[in-house]
Design a protein around this ligand. Structure first.
Ligand SMILES: [Mn+2]
Length: 304
C-alpha cells in the first residue's frame, strides 16, 4: 500500500538552499496532502505543496537565533503520502500510512514535522509516537476549535473530532487559542477538566504562556498546530477561520518557551488551505515550520 499512496509531486523544503540527505538529516518534513472531511472552505490538500513552494522564499538566517539554521541541521523532505489530489484515499488508509511513516522516520532518530492536509491526520501522527515508546507525552494543540466532537457529519475521522481521538488514546492534552466549540465539547471539557487556554484570555493576560507551560503534566510533548489558531488577519488561508486568535509573536513566544522547558518529540502544521493571489498564509506557514526547526535545533544542541 505504501508505494501506491506515495507521491513525489512536492518540492523540497527550502529547495536549492540545502542539499537534503535522507540518511543523515536530523529533521524530516512529511507532506500529507489529505482532504476528505472538510466542512466549510475546501483546499487543504493543496497546503503542503504551497508551504513547500513558499519555503523557497525564506531567508536561511534566523534573526532571533542568529544562525543559518538550515546549514546546521539536515532537513529531509519525504515524498508526499495519502495524497488525495491524485487518488482516492480513505481516512483509515491515511491513518494507517501516517502512523507507519511517522514511526519509521522517528525510530530512525529524525524529528518529524508533518504538514497537512486536514487535522484528522494528527491522530495518525500521534499514534506513530505512541507506537514508538511507552513513555508518556502530552499533546499540546494550537487551534481555534476544540476538535472534541465524538463524531461529525457521519464519521469519527472528521477534522472536528481529532482531539477526541487523542483523548481516547489516553493522552493528556493542553489546548491553546480555542474560541469555537459546541455544547458537547464544552461539557466534555468540564467533565474531564481538560486544560484549555481560551483565546479571549490570551488576548488580555500577558502571563498566559507561563500558565500554559505549567499546565503540561509530562516532560515530553507532541505539538499540533492547526493554523486557524492564529488570528485570520495573519492567516486567512484556512478552511474554518474564526475571529480572534494568536498573534505571530504571541505564538512564537509560546513555542520558544515550550521547546525550552519541554522535550518536543515531534510536531505538525495542519489545515493550510491557500487563498488565490494571496501568499501570506503559505509563507507564514513556511516560516513557522522553519521556526519549529530552529527551536528544535536550539533545544537539542544542533546550533552549538
Ligand atoms: Mn483543528
Amino acid at each position: 500500500m505504501t508505494s501506491t499512496l506515495t507521491s513525489t509531486a512536492v518540492v523540497d523544503f527550502l529547495g536549492s538552499e540545502i542539499v537534503p540527505n535522507a540518511q543523515t538529516a536530523q529533521v524530516a518534513i512529511l507532506p500529507i496532502p489529505f482532504e476528505a472531511t472538510t466542512s466549510y472552505r475546501k483546499g487543504c490538500e493543496n497546503g503542503p505543496a504551497a508551504l513547500l513552494e513558499a519555503s523557497h522564499q525564506l531567508e536561511c538566517y534566523d534573526d532571533e537565533l542568529e544562525r543559518e539554521v538550515c546549514f546546521a541541521v539536515g532537513i529531509y523532505t519525504h515524498p508526499a503520502i495519502a495524497d488525495t489530489r491524485s487518488q482516492d484515499v480513505s481516512s483509515e488508509q491515511m491513518l494507517q500510512l501516517t502512523q507507519q511513516t511517522v514511526y519509521d522516520l522517528a525510530s530512525s532518530g529524525k524529528f518529524v514535522i508533518a504538514l497537512g492536509g486536514e487535522h484528522s491526520i494528527t491522530a495518525g501522527v500521534v499514534a506513530g509516537y505512541q507506537q514508538l515508546s511507552d513513555e508518556p507525552f502530552t499533546v499540546v494543540q494550537i487551534d481555534a476549535h476544540g476538535d472534541l466532537r465524538y463524531e461529525y457529519e457521519g464519521t469519527i475521522h472528521n477534522h472536528a473530532c481529532v482531539m477526541r481521538r487523542v483523548v481516547e488514546m489516553g493522552l493528556p492534552t493542553v489546548q491553546v487559542g480555542i474560541r469555537s466549540l459546541c455544547i458537547e465539547e464544552a461539557n466534555l471539557i468540564k467533565e474531564k477538566q481538560l486544560p484549555i487556554f481560551w483565546a479571549r484570555d490570551i488576548a488580555t493576560q500577558p502571563d498566559w504562556i507561563e500558565k500554559a507551560i505549567a499546565a503540561i503534566p509530562t516532560k515530553r510533548v507532541f505539538l499540533t498546530i492547526d493554523l486557524d489558531g492564529i488570528d485570520p488577519s495573519s492567516m486567512p488561508g484556512v478552511g474554518t477561520p474564526e475571529p480572534g486568535g494568536l498573534s505571530w509573536y504571541g505564538l512564537l513566544g509560546f513555542l520558544q518557551r515550550l521547546f525550552t522547558t519541554h522535550t518536543v518529540i515531534g510536531c505538525d502544521v495542519m489545515e493550510l488551505a491557500p487563498v488565490a493571489d494571496c501568499v501570506v498564509s503559505e509563507f507564514t506557514a513556511a516560516k513557522l515550520t522553519y521556526k519549529l526547526i530552529g527551536y528544535h535545533a536550539l533545544a537539542t544542541g544542533l546550533l552549538n
